[in-house]
Write a new protein. Structure first.
Length: 74
C-alpha cells in the first residue's frame, strides 16, 4: 500500500520478469516514468512560450496512447 488509496499488486511472474499493477482512484494520476517526463517537458515548454490567441500554436504532448483509458460506462 502507498497511503490509504494506492496499492501495488504483482500481476504475473515469469522467470526473470515481474509484472506489477497499480490500483488507485481515478482522481490520482498514475503514469510510467517516460510518460510523466514527457508531460513535465510539455508543461515547462508551454509555460515558457508566449501566450497565443485562441490556442494557436499550442503544443499537446503525444503520449502514444499510453496511460489510462476511459472506462466504458455501464
Amino acid at each position: 500500500m502507498i497511503g490509504d488509496d494506492v496499492r501495488i499488486v504483482v500481476v504475473a511472474v515469469d522467470r526473470d520478469t515481474v509484472k506489477l499493477g497499480i490500483e488507485a482512484p481515478r482522481t490520482i494520476p498514475v503514469h510510467r516514468s517516460e510518460v510523466y517526463d514527457e508531460i513535465q517537458r510539455t508543461n515547462r515548454a508551454a509555460v515558457s512560450e508566449p501566450t497565443k490567441a485562441s490556442g494557436e500554436g499550442v503544443r499537446v504532448a503525444d503520449l502514444g496512447g499510453k496511460g489510462r483509458r476511459p472506462q466504458p460506462k455501464g
